[in-house]
Ligand binder design. Structure first.
Ligand code: ATP
Length: 202
């Protein structure tokens, strides 16, 4: 059985940047849960019906996901956000397991912003947590998504704080100077390969 490594971190911490390095340098298959969730919402009719039942017909305009409406509805209403995530999560989990079956590698990486909040960390063999100073994260996301500070802060507020996540993680990558990341990743990769090999032997 291939091991599952969960990779998470707060918004703008650099999860995708780090996940891509594992793929590029060590040929590790990566599953980006947020991207897959968007694909599933765009294409799965049953999932779309469940979202409409929660948020109303306005959630889709001419068959397309109305992201600005949905963001407005859920990012200032934690209960609705939790409900939406609870609807989407089982579809992503099923899709992930199906995807994993066709991968060949010592382990796969599942990158998810809400790995802990969704409870899916419990299905991971190891967890990598990416951290970066809060102020830097806010600036990175403002720049990347062309959104204002308030919008980023609102999204951050809905996530668990880093301390709580670090406690439950196997490895922590502090993502500050970008050129230091490859060394850190190399060490973690070797450790995971060793641990998975030991598990297979036992
Ligand atoms: P989200 O949760 O919003 O999906 P993320 O955690 O996946 O974000 P990335 O998209 O990897 O974060 O990084 C956020 C932005 O910060 C990107 O534009 C990325 O290029 C940049 N970035 C990542 N790491 C660093 C770093 N060490 N120094 C400067 N910029 C960085």
């Amino acid at each position: 059985m291939i091991a599952t490594v969960g990779l998470t971190g707060g918004i703008g911490s650099g999860k995708t940047t780090i996940a891509n390095l594992f793929a590029l340098h060590f040929s590790i298959p990566i599953y980006i849960a947020d991207t897959k969730a968007k694909e599933l919402v765009a294409n799965n009719k049953q999932l779309q019906q469940e979202i409409v039942a929660l948020l109303g017909e306005e959630a889709f305009v001419e068959g397309r996901y109305n992201t600005s409406f949905v963001a407005q509805e859920v990012f200032s209403n934690k209960e609705k956000l939790d409900k939406l995530n609870a609807i989407i999560h089982p579809y992503v989990q099923q899709d992930f397991l199906q995807w994993k079956q066709s991968q060949q590698a010592p382990y796969v990486i599942k990158e998810a912003a809400i790995l802990f909040e969704s409870g899916s960390y419990r299905d991971c063999d190891f967890i990598i947590m990416v951290t970066a100073p809060l102020e830097e994260r806010i600036k990175r996301v403002m720049l990347r998504d062309k959104i204002d500070r308030e919008t980023v802060e609102k999204r951050i507020k809905n996530q668990w704080n880093d301390e709580k996540k670090i406690e439950l993680s196997t490895f922590v990558i502090e993502n500050r100077e970008i050129d230091k990341n490859l060394d850190k990743i190399g060490i973690i990769h070797s450790k995971i390969v060793k641990m998975t090999a030991e598990n297979v032997r036992n």
